[in-house]
Design a protein around this ligand. Structure first.
Ligand SMILES: NC(=O)c1ccc[n+]([C@@H]2O[C@H](COP(=O)([O-])OP(=O)(O)OC[C@H]3O[C@@H](n4cnc5c(N)ncnc54)[C@H](OP(=O)(O)O)[C@@H]3O)[C@@H](O)[C@H]2O)c1
Length: 286
């Protein structure tokens, strides 16, 4: 089933991330490896690019889009605001200039960790500015990232509904914060999963999910990465992944031609629940 936003836009999957291994805050020089990875990913068929002002890679996204020549309306570009959250309008205008774009497809408040005392505005006030930016067409859809249930509740009753909550999600972290997936999904808030492939990384390999993932990879003739990303999708969640390797870029994109059974989805759920791995926001959440 396609992932659809309130604007009617279909969200292409998976998203190609420009944070994590590409993160270069405070460095204005264009990084050729970041541009090359993006060009390779877009040429491979990725149409969803996940950016953020804090990653420092918005200029590379702009250059890569120009270099590939793919039409703007064929791309789905996300960016996020956090360091510049005290003025979300100015932040989006700065992001658009770096991206060399007139609008983003999705604009996210990157984290809920700010307030009147620290940045001069509440979550709700920041959200109301994003709502204006949506009305003006500068952001086709708007959402949040790393929000817990209590944060989302602060935006209930707002003029514009939260379209997306991008959170850390993988077999070893199936709820970034208590009840967040169920709450979001039952309120028609699409979840995006970052760090979906952590069980394949040195940080978590050798854990309880490997046996089931490898068995399913053999059964379907797919890679472990494809099985995990498919599991994410079948949980009703949009994967946000990245790779410098063209072969991995291609295989992570190719999630068609197989379907896990409900029982196999449950096997990954159960095996993953036996271990806990959190990579981000460890100072905020256990
Ligand atoms: N909203 C937030 O707070 C937040 C936080 C973190 C991340 N994000 C977003 O999510 C994106 C993805 O995060 P992530 O990098 O942690 O995602 P990930 O997909 O879990 O991990 C990507 C890493 O796994 C490796 N990899 C990729 N495909 C693989 C495969 N098939 N098999 C084995 N290893 C594979 C890649 O290394 P190679 O390059 O060597 O392939 C890469 O270093 C970020 O770039 C960013 O856009 C958002």
């Amino acid at each position: 089933m396609p992932f659809k936003l309130p604007s009617g836009a279909i969200v292409p999957i998976p998203a190609f991330g420009t944070g994590t291994k590409w993160y270069k805050p405070g460095d204005p020089a264009i990084s050729r490896p970041v541009v090359d990875a993006l060009v390779s990913a877009i040429k491979a068929g990725y149409r969803h690019i996940d950016g953020a002002e804090v990653y420092g890679t918005e200029p590379e996204i702009g250059v890569a889009i120009k270099e590939t020549g793919v039409a703007r309306d064929q791309l789905f570009v996300t960016t996020k605001v956090i360091s510049a959250i005290s003025d979300p309008r100015k932040a989006l205008e700065a992001s658009l200039a770096k991206l060399q774009l007139d609008y983003v497809d999705l604009y996210l408040i990157h984290s809920p960790f700010f307030g009147k005392e620290t940045h001069g505005l509440t979550l709700r006030e920041a959200w109301d500015v994003l709502t204006e930016l949506k009305r003006e067409g500068k952001a086709k859809d708007i959402g949040v990232s790393n929000f817990a249930v209590a944060d989302l509740k602060q935006l209930e009753g707002a003029e514009e509904k939260v379209a997306v909550n991008q959170i850390e999600f993988n077999p070893y972290l199936q709820n970034q914060t208590p009840g967040i997936v169920e709450y979001s999904q039952s309120h028609d808030i699409l979840i995006e999963a970052y760090t979906p492939l952590v069980s394949l990384s040195a940080r978590a390999t050798g854990g309880p999910v490997d046996e089931v993932v490898n068995r399913l990879a053999t059964k379907y003739g797919k890679t472990a990465g494809q099985v995990i990303l498919k599991w994410v999708v079948q949980r009703g969640i949009i994967p946000v992944t990245t790779s410098a390797d063209p072969a991995r870029q291609a295989s992570n994109l190719d999630l068609s031609g197989f379907e896990l059974t409900a029982e196999e989805v449950e096997q990954i759920n159960q095996a993953g629940a036996k271990k806990h791995v959190r990579v981000y926001w460890t100072d905020k959440y256990e």
